[in-house]
Design a protein around this ligand. Structure first.
Ligand code: KIV
Length: 263
């Protein structure tokens, strides 16, 4: 990437060339991923693929700040979205206090908040106080325990109307873009057409303004489970296994280190 995207250039991509967003949790991968992605998302999904937990609920603000700093260091020219973890934005003041901490202690360009109309007042409070917000509607991973699992949205007329209400409320509150997750493709299309800001999909079909994937899913590194919407662009797990097995074999037979790797 030559130049960091600005919020206005991201907004201008509405209905134009789809935005490419991908998660990143560390400097090494951020450097690599930033070469092709428009935006890097330090998602609280790191609690699963990086920290090995069952869901995102136990991610902490401190943990997120640590990873956002690593990603910003690895990809200083990338637009970085920092996920606000569960419990850090339950009311306007707490949300602002924690988002300020994120902004002051990292170089994040915006924060991401899960929720629709119910979170509009919080999003408004942040945006009015200088914190750019990316919304997140549809399937909300931070609600997985209260909802009893990951449930695709937009299957009923009630859900369809609610998703449109959510998108409009998030936009009105000042979010400059939003993620829409786990939503029937026709409904996601309608949602995207209902707002003027870019709607970036994950498991929401192609008729939106961009796509986001979790990097460890799309590189085939995360094997615990694979949602239907994940395309594995490489079999990372097999490549890593093969490479490490070869290294182990070579160490055991003293083929490594050879002359060229010896001082
Ligand atoms: O935490 C995350 O990685 C996310 C994506 C699934 C959008 O929120």
């Amino acid at each position: 990437m030559s130049k960091k995207l600005s919020i206005s250039s991201i907004k201008k991509r509405k209905g134009q060339e789809p935005l490419v967003m991908i998660t990143a949790y560390d400097a090494l991968f951020a450097t690599l991923l930033s070469e092709s992605a428009d935006m890097l998302l330090v998602g609280d999904s790191l609690n699963m693929s990086f920290a090995g937990k069952n869901d995102t609920i136990s991610a902490t603000l401190e943990q997120m700040i640590y990873h956002v700093n690593a990603v910003c260091a690895g990809a200083p020219k990338s637009f970085v979205v920092a996920d606000m973890p569960f419990g850090t934005y339950i009311d306007r003041e707490l949300a602002l206090q924690n988002a300020i901490k994120m902004f002051q202690q990292t170089q994040a360009d915006c924060v991401k908040i899960e929720g629709g109309a119910d979170k509009a007042s919080i999003i408004e409070h942040l945006t009015q106080n200088g914190i750019a917000v990316c919304g997140h509607i549809g399937l909300l991973p931070q609600s997985v325990r209260s909802e009893g699992g990951y449930k695709v949205k937009g299957k009923t007329e009630h859900e369809r109307k609610q998703l449109i209400k959510d998108a409009l409320a998030v936009e009105k509150a000042g979010a400059f873009c939003m993620v829409i997750e786990g939503v029937k493709a026709d409904v996601a299309k309608e949602v995207a057409e209902s707002v003027l800001v870019p709607v970036i999909g994950i498991g929401a079909g192609k008729d939106v303004d961009g796509q986001v994937l979790v990097f460890s899913d799309m590189l085939g590194l995360f094997e615990a489970f694979t949602p239907k919407f994940v395309k594995k662009y490489m079999d990372g797990a097999s490549l890593v296994r093969e490479a490490v097995a070869t290294y182990a074999d070579e160490v055991k037979i003293k083929e490594f280190p050879s002359e060229i790797h010896t001082y």
